[in-house]
Write a protein that binds this ligand. Structure first.
Ligand code: BES
Ligand code: MN
Ligand code: ZN
Length: 475
């Protein structure tokens, strides 16, 4: 685990990332080296420079002060990802960040980019352990950093790694029970309450959506209830997070085409991982907010009495669903969790789910789509957090007419809405199960990347953890 710490013991002997508007040689670099650097940085279009001096790594980043604040922070995170690669390539263990500007946020953003880019998932490839990243320590050399900010940054990076680990773990080593056990371990470590319902309890509670999706599976479903309630909580009514925990999605009897489309489907519990790990970060950082996280989990397979297109399912709330496509399974399990959440009378419920290919088709992997009945103020805060951490939310319309696409002749709703507006009809299906302010975030696009993208890496990105943590931190 990469650790970010503070120290002012900066010497010429250390690897350093310099953040500056105009490079000042505070590093005893010989005139010749300094002149070279200054000349290079003067060249048209040059915004950063990497230089190896007596075997030490030196990277200089020129801050464009005209840039909007959040865009600027993101350039620092992206540069941090390059620095992490450079440090590891040179087999160094430590990088200092030295900021010659007054903008302390930039040091934190650079550290964040370096730390997140340094993540690896190599536990299943023993031959790779020799190639494990050498970087272990990120040291911010300016001591005017607020210690709480530093603690929050370490915490949220650590929680993001946990989410990535869970997403990257394939279903043969992470089924619904394993996922619930992972949450239990996190609760123990960060002191929050974790209750896991097994199939018997799920059956007693008549969670028909979860049982339907689980019907084709050998493995039992789980329903995890996590609660963090500090004594000094500011909110009277809790916030509830709900995450999709489909540990593997074959599509069920409406089987996904085997060519590639199933390859990434171990990522279908990314929403569950995000909300669980966000709660972990919130508890670790001891934020004074009362938050509950719910994760319904199962795999979606075509075995046994797998639910068949045409089946009518009675959900936990008593309403019926004509299941016309077993690949629209996420909404079936989320619906029961959203109904379950009513007992808490939530201030706001946010769900995160890799719910539709349509969300990914709409905006790609550069953000998530959002919609719902939350108040404008709640939405504004979520969107602001999205910009703060660069996990942006693209708001989709949530007009009444979209619900018409889900009308069924023989049940209360169908579970698919046809070829148009697929991300929205999924949200419209879900909103039928709530009676409180609600916001739905579809993370199908950014949750899992098939090629490396800066500090988000390749594979599970942990998308959503940083957004939620920022939202609750700023409440
Ligand atoms: N898990 C998928 C959505 C998904 C697609 C996640 C790509 C990540 C990447 C979801 O369960 C699904 O299969 N959705 C269907 C819904 C349709 C049948 C209405 C889809 O998007 O095709
Ligand atoms: Mn599916
Ligand atoms: Zn799915």
């Amino acid at each position: 685990m990469t650790k970010i710490s503070l120290s002012n013991k900066l010497t010429t002997q250390t690897n350093v990332l310099v953040i500056t508007t105009k490079f000042i040689n505070e590093f005893n670099l010989p005139d010749k080296v300094n002149n070279y650097i200054v000349a290079e940085l003067k060249k048209e279009g040059v915004t950063h420079l990497t230089y190896n001096y007596i075997g030490k790594y030196l990277s200089i980043f020129i801050v464009d002060t005209k840039k909007e604040q959040n865009a600027l922070l993101e350039t620092l995170r992206n540069h941090g990802a390059k620095v992490a690669d450079g440090i590891n390539a040179a087999k160094h263990t430590t990088i200092y960040i030295y900021n010659q500007t007054k903008l302390t946020n930039l040091s934190l953003a650079a550290a964040e980019g370096i730390a997140l880019a340094n993540y690896q998932f190599i536990k299943h490839k023993p031959s790779q352990t020799k190639k494990a990243n050498t970087l272990t320590s990120i040291i911010i050399a300016n001591t005017n950093i607020n210690p709480t900010d530093l603690l929050h940054l370490n915490t949220v990076c650590h929680a993001t790694f946990k989410a990535r680990d869970l997403v990257n773990e394939p279903v043969n080593s992470l089924n619904a029970t394993d996922l619930a056990n992972a949450f239990k371990a996190m609760g123990k470590e960060a002191s929050f309450k974790v209750d896991v319902f097994n199939k018997k309890k799920i059956t007693e509670l008549k969670m028909g959506g979860i049982l339907a999706v689980n019907a084709g599976s050998v493995d039992e479903p789980t329903f995890t209830v996590m609660e963090y309630k500090p004594k000094n909580a500011k909110n009277k009514k809790p916030y509830v997070l709900v995450g999709k925990g489909v540990v593997y999605d074959t599509g069920g009897l409406s089987l996904k085409p085997t060519l590639n489309s199933m390859d990434l489907m171990k990522c279908d519990m990314a929403g569950g991982a995000a909300v669980g790990c966000a709660l972990y970060a919130i508890a670790k950082a001891k934020l004074n907010v009362h938050v509950i996280a719910l994760v319904p989990a199962t795999d979606n397979r075509p075995g046994f009495n797998a639910f068949a297109p045409g089946d009518i399912i009675t959900m936990m709330d008593g309403s019926t669903v004509e299941m016309l496509n077993s690949d629209a399974e996420g909404r079936m399990i989320l619906a029961d969790a959203l109904h379950f959440a009513k007992q808490y009378k939530p201030e706001l419920t946010i769900d995160m789910a890799t719910l539709t290919g349509a969300a990914m088709a709409a905006i790609g992997t550069f953000g998530m789509v959002g919609m719902g009945t939350a108040t404008q103020q709640q939405k504004d805060k979520l969107h602001a957090s999205g910009f703060n951490v660069h996990e942006r939310i693209a708001e989709l319309p949530f007009w009444e007419e979209y619900s018409d696409l889900l009308k069924s002749d023989i049940a209360d709703q169908k579970n698919i809405g046809g070829p148009l507006a697929g991300a929205i009809t999924a949200g419209k299906f879900l909103v039928k199960f709530v009676n409180y302010p609600y916001y739905h975030l579809d993370i199908a696009g950014p949750a899992f990347l098939s090629a490396k993208d800066s500090y988000r890496g390749k594979g599970g990105t942990g998308y959503g953890v940083r957004l939620l943590f920022d939202f609750f931190k700023n409440l």
